[in-house]
Design a protein around this ligand. Structure first.
Ligand SMILES: *Cc1c(COP(=O)(O)O)cnc(C)c1O
Length: 345
């Protein structure tokens, strides 16, 4: 049954023990449906405690819905959303942000490492102001980026200052938000509301849950009628307690951060393990749980022949992603397989 572990995606991981136990303990008799249960209220409180602020919290099944519905709530159909060319909302959501916003256009900025810069935002926000162009209304950033780079608190503040200048809301796709907090070793508040983020989509799935993302509105006015959007989009869980209970256990017990720290540690281990090889280069700096390796085609097919699975369509090169359950011994096996291939290359 059990195959050797793969690092092709952090979604290959199973459910972490804390999330699993929390679901089991919520499975003790019946409870009110559609989020009227005590777990859902407590999970929202756990977010308020984590971020040390009042906020509105919603739970949906996946990240595409979280991002799309959050963005839809920030703009009208004639508005536009500024994002980087590497953004998940642009490249991997099948047009869902445009669909759920009834046509709000994504304005894509070229970027070096998936990061939006204040200048790029300013350029797109001030490019046109005539009636024929969709009016810029929102900026969305991914923290950490799709290739694993982290915005510092100062970078975020610089971005939100430009947003304020142009009357734009700031949305953060935090599918791997925990990995950013672990990488920066910072207070989650410092890289969200204190830095000017209006809405955060906080990923639970890649952090170790079976399923579920939280949408956290720091700007509570923007959350008006959001529950209706979730329902209309088929994202209002009837047995909401099973989406909510894992958050309580993971936020209160710290597993959200430990899981991310472990993923980040494994990524550093791979990066350090291959650093001395002249045939292998890091495509981007390793700041979170992702490693992108450039290597000769023959080495990549050699790795595949040895049974390793990895994707090459994101960021170029071979992508390896680490999660809460990544086995250190298996990371070391990957390093030694890459080393062996480099010797014979
Ligand atoms: C995984 C991911 C998502 C969410 O994807 P779903 O498959 O819809 O859950 C969103 N943004 C980024 C950057 C991701 O990596």
């Amino acid at each position: 049954m059990s195959q050797p572990q793969q690092f092709a995606s952090d979604n290959y991981a199973g459910i972490c023990p804390e999330a699993w136990e929390a679901m089991a303990s919520a499975n003790n008799g019946g409870a009110p449906a559609y989020g009227e249960d005590e777990w859902t209220a407590r999970a929202a409180d756990a977010f308020r405690a984590l971020f040390k602020t009042d906020c509105e919290v919603f739970f949906v099944f996946n990240g595409t819905a979280a991002n799309s519905l959050a963005l839809a709530s920030l703009c009208q159909s004639y508005h536009s959303v500024i994002c980087s060319d590497a953004a998940h909302v642009e490249t991997d959501e099948c047009g869902a942000p445009e669909f759920f916003s009834n046509g709000s256009k994504l304005l894509v900025a070229p970027s070096v490492d998936g990061k939006l810069t204040p200048d790029a935002v300013r350029l797109l926000a001030s490019n046109r102001s005539d009636i024929h162009y969709p009016k810029p209304r929102v900026v969305t950033i991914t923290q950490p980026t799709e290739t694993g780079q982290i915005y510092s608190a100062d970078e975020l503040k610089a971005l939100s200052a430009v947003c304020r200048e142009f009357g734009l809301s700031l949305h953060m796709d935090g599918a791997r938000f925990a990995n950013a907090c672990a990488g920066l070793q910072c207070d989650p508040a410092d890289i969200t509301w204190k830095a000017g983020v209006d809405v955060l989509c906080f990923g639970g799935t890649k952090n170790g849950m079976a399923v579920g993302e939280a949408i956290v509105f720091f700007n509570k006015a923007l959350a008006e009628d959001f529950a209706y959007r979730c329902k209309q989009a088929g994202q209002l869980a009837s047995k909401m307690r099973f989406l909510a209970a894992p958050w309580i256990r993971m936020l209160e017990g710290g597993a959200w951060l430990r899981n991310a720290e472990h993923g980040n540690r494994c990524a550093r281990r791979l990066a350090e393990g291959v650093a001395a090889l002249p045939q292998v280069a890091l495509i981007c700096p390793v700041e979170a749980n992702a490693v992108f390796l450039q290597m000769p085609e023959a080495m990549m097919s050699g790795l595949r022949d040895k049974g390793w699975r990895f994707y090459t369509f994101i960021g170029g090169g071979a992508r390896f992603m680490f999660a809460w359950d990544s086995q250190i011994a298996r990371v070391d096996e990957l390093v030694s397989d890459i080393k062996a291939l480099a010797r014979s290359a």
